[in-house]
Design a protein around this ligand. Structure first.
Ligand SMILES: [Zn+2]
Length: 349
């Protein structure tokens, strides 16, 4: 159904936590493997993923964090625990550098919430999710594809240099963006998940070369609360290279389209020659944990508008929890990248 190259590796399905802390109680883990399986089943010709090793991951993430992710579940078991490794105590910022060995302390040190349990297969799945983003990027850098789609569970954009959070462990989006920059590309990241991409923002916050633009639910009312406010614009050499466009709950395509125009204007002003699109389908009107009012057909409109930038686009899958609608929503977005350019005119101004 889609004529855009899509990449996925079944080892990404190894991540299967049992439960998460939500609204004061334990509930079934929302970022479940069936999300990816629904989308994967809609592609007749998923392309194989190559292994680029740890090096590109370590260009973004701290080595001690990566080593923590690799060993956290076995360390948890070695401490006599069953189930998933999950933190329950978090340091205040100035105590984060304390080196403590106990697994419970390290779970707090390297995470910021209780929504990110580490299960037996979490490292394997996260590793291959990052390789999927790198493989999809390589198809663009090698000139094989104009644009490509990385089906990336676990998702990426809440994970920072040395922390996991919000269902995210390795930041596939940032890893691909950094790899593209090191290949000489001028990179802009546009994050259109419902939630703010705090991890991606943190990674590039002082970076003058990589633009980060995000359209998301106002963090005054929505997760991740402590990032994504309009006044966050980057720091140091990166001042002005972060743009946050928070929108209220209930936003429909009209207001969304105006924010998208502003976001695309910033991408143009940055003179990017490659766009990394963090795509979350949790802006969909039927998403069970989110509160925007985008309809399925809006994704085609949004994609057409982004395609009108006339840039190569690496699309990296982030959130989206209306599982039965997920494959259709992804298909609608991708169709906007292969449609005639005139479709870009359909967005309300
Ligand atoms: Zn989200």
């Amino acid at each position: 159904m889609n004529s855009i190259a899509a990449y996925f590796d079944r080892r990404q399905l190894a991540h299967a936590p049992l439960q998460e802390l939500h609204n004061g109680g334990w509930t079934a883990y929302a970022e479940k493997a069936s999300r990816a399986e629904q989308i994967a089943a809609s592609f007749p010709d998923l392309r194989p993923v190559r292994d680029y090793g740890l090096e590109p991951l370590l260009q973004v993430h701290d080595r001690d964090y990566v080593e923590f992710l690799r060993s956290a579940h076995s360390d948890w078991r070695a401490a006599g625990r069953s189930g998933d490794a999950i933190g329950y105590t978090w340091p205040v910022v100035r105590r984060r550098r304390l080196k403590l060995d106990r697994i419970d302390a390290r779970l707090g040190r390297y995470s910021y919430d209780a929504a990110t349990p580490i299960a037996e297969g979490t490292w394997e799945a996260s590793y291959w999710s990052a390789q999927t983003a790198l493989t999809a990027l390589a198809a663009i850098l090698d000139g094989e594809m104009r644009s490509s789609f990385a089906l990336c569970p676990p998702p990426a954009h809440h994970s920072g240099r040395d922390y996991c959070g919000g269902y995210c462990y390795l930041n596939n989006t940032a890893i691909a963006a950094e790899q593209a920059r090191r290949s000489g590309r001028r990179v802009a990241i546009l994050d259109i998940d419902y939630h703010h991409g705090n991890g991606t923002q943190d990674i590039f916050y002082e970076d003058p070369d990589v633009l980060f633009v995000s359209i998301h639910a106002d963090p005054a009312t929505d997760y991740p609360f402590f990032w994504g406010h309009a006044e966050e614009r980057g720091e140091g050499a990166g001042a002005g290279k972060t743009l946050n466009l928070p929108l209220p709950q209930g936003t429909d395509i009209e207001a969304y389209g105006r924010a998208l125009d502003e976001a695309l204007g910033a991408v143009r002003a940055h003179k990017a020659d490659l766009l990394v699109l963090s795509y979350g389908a949790d802006t969909f009107e039927e998403d069970p944990i989110s509160h925007f009012r985008l309809r399925r057909s809006d994704y085609r409109t949004i994609a057409g508008r982004i395609a009108a930038l006339d840039l190569p686009v690496l699309i990296v899958m982030e959130g989206g929890y209306a599982i039965d609608a997920l494959a259709l929503n992804v298909g609608e977005l991708l169709s906007g990248f292969v449609a005639e350019p005139k479709d870009a005119d359909l967005i309300p101004q």
